[in-house]
Design a protein around this ligand. Structure first.
Ligand SMILES: Cc1cc2nc3c(=O)[nH]c(=O)nc-3n(C[C@H](O)[C@H](O)[C@H](O)COP(=O)(O)OP(=O)(O)OC[C@H]3O[C@@H](n4cnc5c(N)ncnc54)[C@H](O)[C@@H]3O)c2cc1C
Length: 307
């Protein structure tokens, strides 16, 4: 049990959390970041070309710079998964999944999002052994190989185009009869004769011994199932916000995102939120970082008033 009371506990060590930590600790607040990992999704961005100030930087390098910056100003880091937050008197009690408790006067929620799963046989078994949720990270490993991409939005189409540059064959499997992605993106398919679209179809199973060797694809119109040989499966069907643990504390929208106002306040005084876990549109590193900064400044004002 830790008896120290922090000024701010930040849940999540992605770009939003790290930026919030930089801003809050530069205001001489006692700050603790509690996170399952450092970097969040940004770690998987092999090349970031849209973060101002860097023409091109690998995601993990950008994150390492943010981490060092937060540490320099005195932010503390703790590796844990938070399972509950409650308020008793003036103090928030933040509890990890092992029952350890941390105390704070304000909380900033920056726990981001996770890739959606298909939940089909073989998916979990072959995760990291052919099943990937990140084409940007893993496409270079598919030189002269076969890949299956699942999804119909921008992320899936971008993944298919990227993979087609490396692989000898790419299938993109979509359960509808057209893509949800922007037309400009699907236009690129014409440049890649090795890219085949499979509409009105679902993936039923991922097969293999030690690694992925095939998938079962079901045609939803005819009901026909066929096995297709592949070295990997890229699941690009969006992200979910795992916010159940705070659903009784703050308001969520229909996508389970935390509802925030332009100052990053939630409906619960003393609880702020930033980044991909919130209702703020455009899920990007620069946006998460900007929102994290705003959340920290608003939390600072809140703490000043509550002294
Ligand atoms: C493959 C890929 C490539 C991308 N490329 C780019 C790009 O080039 N440019 C760009 O701008 N954006 C890119 N993005 C998007 C960008 O990475 C995200 O918008 C950004 O990381 C969101 O930051 P965040 O801090 O809100 O959340 P996240 O990055 O999701 O971080 C959330 C953090 O919270 C932690 N966490 C979650 N739940 C808990 C809990 N209960 N307890 C404790 N810790 C918890 C997680 O472990 C993680 O560290 C990319 C995303 C992906 C997946």
């Amino acid at each position: 049990m830790i008896y120290m009371v922090y000024d701010i506990i930040i849940i999540g060590g992605g770009p939003a959390g790290l930026s919030a930590a930089i801003y809050a600790s530069r205001r001489a607040l006692k700050v603790l970041i509690i996170s399952k990992d450092i970097g969040g999704q940004a770690i998987y961005a092999a090349k970031v070309e849209n973060y101002p100030g860097f023409e091109l930087i690998p995601g993990f390098e950008l994150i390492e710079k943010m981490r060092q910056q937060a540490k320099k100003f005195g932010a503390e880091f703790l590796s844990a998964e938070i399972g509950e937050i409650k308020k008793e008197g003036d103090i928030f009690k933040v509890e990890d999944k092992e029952g350890k408790e941390y105390q704070t006067r304000a909380v900033i929620l920056c726990f981001g999002a996770e890739p959606k799963k298909l939940n089909i046989p073989g998916e979990a078994k072959f995760k990291g052994r052919g099943v990937s949720y990140c084409a940007t990270c893993d496409a270079p490993f598919f030189k002269e190989k076969i890949a299956v991409v699942v999804g119909g939005g921008n992320a899936a189409v971008d993944a298919a185009v990227l993979l087609a540059k490396y692989s000898k064959k790419v299938y993109i499997v979509n359960h509808k009869d057209k893509f949800k992605a922007e037309e400009l993106r699907t236009e690129q398919f014409k440049q890649f004769p090795n890219l085949e679209t499979v509409f009105n179809s679902d993936l039923k199973e991922v097969k293999g011994e030690k690694r992925v060797s095939g998938v079962i694809i079901k045609n939803l119109l005819s009901g026909e199932e066929k096995e297709v040989e592949t070295d990997g499966v890229f699941i690009e069907i969006g992200h979910i916000v795992e916010s159940d643990f705070i659903s009784e504390l703050v308001d969520l929208d229909e996508r389970r995102q935390i509802v925030v106002n332009p100052k990053n306040e939630t409906n619960f005084p003393g609880v702020f939120a930033a980044g991909d876990a919130t209702t703020v549109p455009y899920k990007q590193i620069v946006i998460a970082a900007g929102e994290g900064a705003k959340a920290a400044l608003t939390a600072y004002s809140y703490l000043q008033k509550s002294i």
